[in-house]
Design a protein around this ligand. Structure first.
Ligand SMILES: [Zn+2]
Length: 113
């Protein structure tokens, strides 16, 4: 490898170009994947390299900040926290009772010093 960056600028495939356009227009990563087959793993670094961001105040916007190596702005940060909470709630509903108990134990605050 001679490149310093794993996501150096290169020509986009047609699908990737469409994916970046959809991202900029506010489509979710899941929709983009369904339409173009471009995964989030490729999408966000590509967006960062090409200076494209999802709308701010969305979880995908927060991922764009991340991919660009920046701190998310307040709006994106809030959106990400909410998305995480939703994902955890979804996960909780599908957990076995044992896994749920384990999760609850792991989140119990540690004893005060
Ligand atoms: Zn933002």
């Amino acid at each position: 490898m001679t490149s310093n960056s794993p996501t150096a600028i290169r020509d986009l495939t047609a699908q990737e170009a469409v994916a970046l356009t959809l991202l900029r227009d506010g489509y979710t990563q899941r929709t983009i994947y369904t339409r173009t087959g471009v995964t989030g793993e490729d999408l966000f670094p590509l967006a960062a390299v090409h200076g494209i961001t999802a709308p701010h105040g969305t979880a995908d916007g927060a991922r764009c900040h991340e991919a660009a190596d920046e701190e998310p702005c307040a709006d994106c940060d809030t959106a990400l926290v909410h998305a995480d909470a939703r994902a955890r709630a979804r996960q909780r509903r599908t957990l076995t009772p044992e896994a749920r108990a384990r999760l609850l134990r792991s989140r119990r605050p540690t004893a005060r010093q």
